[in-house]
Design a protein around this ligand. Sequence first.
Ligand SMILES: Cc1cc2nc3c(=O)[nH]c(=O)nc-3n(C[C@H](O)[C@H](O)[C@H](O)COP(=O)(O)OP(=O)(O)OC[C@H]3O[C@@H](n4cnc5c(N)ncnc54)[C@H](O)[C@@H]3O)c2cc1C
Length: 405
Amino acid sequence: MGAVRIVVVGGSFGGLATAYELRRHLSPERAEITLVAKDDQFRFVPSFPWVAMGQRRLEQISFPLAGPLANKHVAFAQETVTGIDTATRVVSTNAGEHPYDFLVVATGHRSANEAVEGLGPFDGPGHSPMSAGETEELAQAIGRLLADPGPVVIGAAPGASCIGPVYELAFELDHLLRHRKLRHQVPMTVLTPEPFLGHMGMGGAGKIRQLLEGALEERDIAYRTSVAITKITEDAVESTDAAPTPSVLSIVIPPLAGVEAVAASPGLANPKGFIPVDDHYRHHQADGVYAVGVAVALPPAGDTPVPVNFPKTGHMTEQMAKIAARDLTARVEGREGATAELSARCILDMGDRGAYMAVDPVRPPRDRIPTVSEGRQWLYAKQAFERAYLFSARRGKLVPTALGW
Ligand SMILES: Cc1cc2nc3c(=O)[nH]c(=O)nc-3n(C[C@H](O)[C@H](O)[C@H](O)COP(=O)(O)OP(=O)(O)OC[C@H]3O[C@@H](n4cnc5c(N)ncnc54)[C@H](O)[C@@H]3O)c2cc1C
């Protein structure tokens, strides 16, 4: 039997973890693996807030994909996927075509900035660190704030699913402003669609609500919950619950959608462009197709007065990648694959310390009471995890996720 052709689309947490895990189980004689990604760099996205605050340069949290993939005998194509035909099993790109026997889609998100007028930064006056370019733009905007202080709003739009960075950005900016002795000139407000602080789209996690309420209050950061932001202008954030909140720097996390190529491929995605999968991360209908990470369709944890979507963290993405890769390997070897419930571990940077959260499973109700802990050691753990992940991923390995994210 010849080698199976496996195409992985995406070169971030989902794509890289899938390619490494597949290669761990399948030799080059057994599987030809090609990873297609539009960017030639891996970027450690959880460190984008540190880039925005000037604590990291983009180069420090990035590495070129080509070398590590070549060492693993994975072909790398720096190409932009334009369409996927699941009937003929072909991935089309700006440079050609990649036929496949198995396909893993890990294309992450598109920021649905059209959802709220003024979401940005390239579509309006809002700022958000959702990509490398947007993060560098935010770093410049924070530089302007330091030179000319004024009120700041940090929040998330209705339907957002990536809420953790809202809190990190608020605590980190507060810390930076205090360090520069500018905090007294910057009224700060957090506006969140969550029904309570720390809901995070997963119904909360143990005592994280009380921890966040206390931490924002002791830092004089005002907050409002169940807020539907409707418009971001140059000097305010408008919402349905109150008069416009003055803001010269508005950092607002957008709702997410699937990337255009996926959304436009017939039969692949739901109306938002996310890919419906079963608990092995196999596509509901298209044979041989898997999806992992932010590209996957996961239903909300429950109804909330203002919509908040289910989180898809880096840690969860890596678990999905491992489950999909093992299932795919099992199919190549003619066995049944196993699956597992997703858990989540996450460390929030709070400026001078960190907050650790562990939920298992992510979706309530849960057998275990979530672990929530606060302290300086968690900030060091988050910094150590970034270094360990980059060190290992450059060398073709994944770090044990028990270290925390
Ligand atoms: C500011 C911020 C902070 C975060 N902090 C944390 C944290 O502390 N802990 C945590 O666990 N998670 C965190 N997350 C979430 C985490 O970053 C995501 O879960 C993770 O990046 C998802 O990985 P992914 O591989 O699914 O997609 P992405 O990281 O979005 O990567 C998508 C990949 O697909 C490629 N691609 C997209 N479209 C195409 C196309 N048409 N053709 C070819 N290639 C394409 C891209 O080039 C990229 O390589 C954070 C996210 C953000 C934005």
